[in-house]
Design a protein around this ligand. Structure first.
Ligand SMILES: CC(C)(COP(=O)(O)OP(=O)(O)OC[C@H]1O[C@@H](n2cnc3c(N)ncnc32)[C@H](O)[C@@H]1OP(=O)(O)O)[C@@H](O)C(=O)NCCC(=O)NCCS
Length: 393
């Protein structure tokens, strides 16, 4: 007998909605590939900007193409003055993800390519977005502390410049490289919720910024990019907890989720988490802060055992589990952890937006329009009769 496939109310799990040439996940084996290259290979050898080029253009750049791409990004590292002026009037306790989401249409308002329909125009917008999101977040962080935003340093790499703008001091080379690797690891992940949001929005022929605004909103949720900050909050709250395993068991017994564990696609350890775990221990050792990765590992071990006892053998650490400690040890404030995810994922979002708009993996563009089954009030096709308010019971 044919197997019944549930397609409703499962959050599109297991349902293939489109073809893509950008990235691939094998959730059973824990493999993530960008345009044919394994994530571990890119993390070991590439840079974030080279990876962004790979995602956007579809192949690794030649030396001169990479140089040109880096120069274009460097040249776009500034925000229109009205953005800074605007930030100065916003509530200082605003959530940085809200600030980021509100900034995206502000950038759109003065983008000279906004009405451009070509791939080249969209690539130029992508370059500006990749260059500007980190600058916007660093500027917001300074302004909310009552400080003036700093100017980008064109000698610095993408990640190093962000750290400079954020902290006001030139970063250690190893820290900048580690952040760059984090950006590579988060740059794309097939049809995750935020990428799907971007693609769905631009399938209406809305512009790239409209898609990206939706992506930022989707990423902010605690089940998506918001998990890294929640992992860090969990670790900080547990800093003085004597019996971590008992806490994990209590958490699970009361039906609470352990942030940073489990994934909609991976049924084994997320390959990005493997790289980040090693990085967290290395940074911890170097900076004398090993307690954070050690606590994370203890939670991982206890939770894995407990999940197994409860028949859930496939809930393993995801990308957010160890990235929380990594960012914390780099001095990144908790509420900027999810924005950093966006600062990286912008490359993937833009690549998917371009693929969607120009139907690069399918015959022609198609507006997303799924169906829903109506299960609400129904009085037949003639409809219910309208009663004036005074006559309603
Ligand atoms: C990411 C996530 C939403 C994916 O979940 P999913 O595979 O779609 O599956 P569901 O949310 O339907 O969960 C399936 C079951 O596992 C449990 N579960 C999944 N992740 C869990 C977690 N981190 N802690 C405790 N229980 C978890 C659910 O409670 C559910 O149990 P039930 O069947 O008894 O109701 C989920 O693992 C989660 O909430 N993780 C924590 C948040 C997080 O780290 N998000 C970042 C993702 S990169």
């Amino acid at each position: 007998m044919a197997e019944m496939v549930r397609t409703k109310n499962v959050g599109l799990r297991g349902i293939t909605v489109a073809d893509t040439k950008i990235s691939f996940i094998d959730g059973e084996k824990g493999v993530l590939i960008y345009r044919g290259y394994r994530i571990e290979e890119l993390a070991a050898n590439s840079s974030y900007l080279e990876t962004a080029y790979l995602l956007l253009i579809g192949r690794l750049p030649s030396k001169s193409a990479l140089r040109e791409f880096e120069q274009e990004i460097t040249a776009a590292r500034e925000l229109p003055d009205y953005v800074y002026e605007s930030y100065k009037t916003w509530p200082r306790d605003a959530d940085p993800m809200d600030v980021m989401q509100a900034s995206v249409p502000l950038f759109a308002m003065s983008d000279p390519d906004i009405s451009g329909e070509s791939r080249e125009a969209n690539q130029r917008m992508a370059i500006r977005l990749i260059a500007r999101l980190p600058i916007a977040m660093a500027a917001w962080h300074r302004i909310r502390q009552g400080l003036e935003p700093l100017k980008s340093d064109e000698e610095l790499s993408h990640a190093a410049n962000f750290l400079w703008l954020l902290h006001g001091k030139k970063p250690d080379e190893d820290v900048a490289r580690d952040l760059d690797v984090c950006l590579i690891l988060h740059a794309d992940h097939t049809f995750n919720a935020s990428t799907f949001a971007c693609r769905e929005v631009v399938s209406t022929r809305a512009h790239m910024y409209a898609g990206v605004g939706a992506g930022v909103g989707a990423l902010s949720g605690s089940l998506h990019g918001g998990a890294n900050a929640r992992v860090m909050r969990m670790l900080l709250n547990l800093e003085s907890e004597k019996d971590l395993p008992a806490w994990v068991r209590r958490q699970m017994d009361s039906g609470q989720r352990i942030m940073g564990m489990g994934h909609a696609v991976y049924k084994t350890m997320d390959p990005r988490a493997r790289v980040l775990k090693e990085m967290a221990y290395r940074i911890g050792e170097k900076t004398g802060q090993e307690k954070w990765p050690k606590m994370t590992t203890l939670i991982e071990k206890t939770a894995t055992d407990e999940f197994e006892k409860r028949g859930k053998t496939d809930i393993k650490p995801n990308v957010d589990f160890y990235s929380a400690s990594v960012y914390h040890m780099m001095g990144i404030p908790m509420d900027l952890m999810t924005p950093i995810f966006a600062i990286s994922r912008i490359a993937g979002w833009c690549a998917h937006i371009i693929e969607e708009k120009f139907a690069e993996a399918q015959e022609k563009p198609a507006l997303y329009r799924p169906k829903a089954e109506y299960v609400g009030n129904y009085c037949g096709l003639l409809g219910c009769s309208y009663e004036p308010p005074a006559e309603r019971g």
